[in-house]
Design a protein around this ligand. Structure first.
Ligand code: CA
Length: 234
């Protein structure tokens, strides 16, 4: 899952980004409104943490453009990003306005990081049309709150990136996902698009998913990408 943190308080922005990266998300940061709009125009984010009080462009304006301006329309196959608005305690009318402009949820500053992380998980789950902290596909189980994954009751020992990749596959089970799409949604801006990092990580994830002798569950669709099978073949 690829997230954008829009926040002009630099320390707060990097603390939030750091925390979200520890949760296994790919996170970019924009410290003002123009940078946010530039990033939103080129990258298909899954979720945006949006501070309303920015020095240049009002956060509400960003929210409105995201929902109405065709230059921010998602590519076919991508959902529009979820928007979690961050607002000061005295901005009650702004909160209501934010929801009117298409925000999905809001959080009042100051907030505990655990609260932000919980809201983010909920919003991303809503995208996947699931409830509870657990994702299930076939014999795969993934607990997004506890960072535990298992296949056929065999616990999987995954790196943070493998966990994030599996979570993304499970949220899009049955869909063909190209390497470019995975790079955009599971890695952040520091990933080099010319390396084979996606192929290598898919490879190690596949190996770990079948270490107990289980049948392959991530198939290669030649020329198009990868697909997590909703029911394993075998
Ligand atoms: Ca601010």
């Amino acid at each position: 899952m690829r997230l954008l943190v829009v926040e002009d308080e630099v320390d707060l922005a990097s603390a939030v980004a750091r925390g979200l990266r520890r949760e296994g998300y790919a996170v970019d940061v924009a410290n003002d409104g123009h940078e946010a709009l530039d990033r939103l125009a080129v990258t298909a984010y899954d979720l945006v943490c949006l501070d309303l009080n920015l020095p240049d462009v009002d956060g509400l304006e960003i929210c409105r453009r995201l929902r109405t301006d065709p230059s921010y329309a998602p590519d076919p196959g991508d959902a529009a990003p979820r928007v979690l608005v961050l607002t000061a305690r005295d901005g009650i009318e702004h909160r209501v306005a934010g929801l009117d402009e298409g925000a999905d949820d809001y959080l009042v500053k100051p907030f505990a990081f655990a609260e932000l992380a919980a809201r983010v998980r909920t919003l991303l789950r809503r995208d996947a049309g699931r409830t509870g902290a657990e994702l299930r596909v076939g014999d795969l189980r993934l607990d997004t709150a506890r960072f535990e994954a298992s296949r056929a009751d065999r616990s999987l020992d995954l790196t943070a990136k493998e966990f994030a990749l599996l979570r993304y596959f499970m949220s899009h089970a049955g869909q063909v996902l190209s390497q470019e799409h995975l790079l955009e949604h599971v890695w952040d801006e520091h990933a080099d698009p010319f390396t084979n990092t996606v192929r290598v990580t898919v490879g190690t994830l596949r190996r770990k998913l079948s270490e107990g002798g289980e049948p392959p569950i991530i198939e290669t669709v030649v020329g198009r990408g990868y697909r997590l099978l909703e029911e394993p073949v075998g």
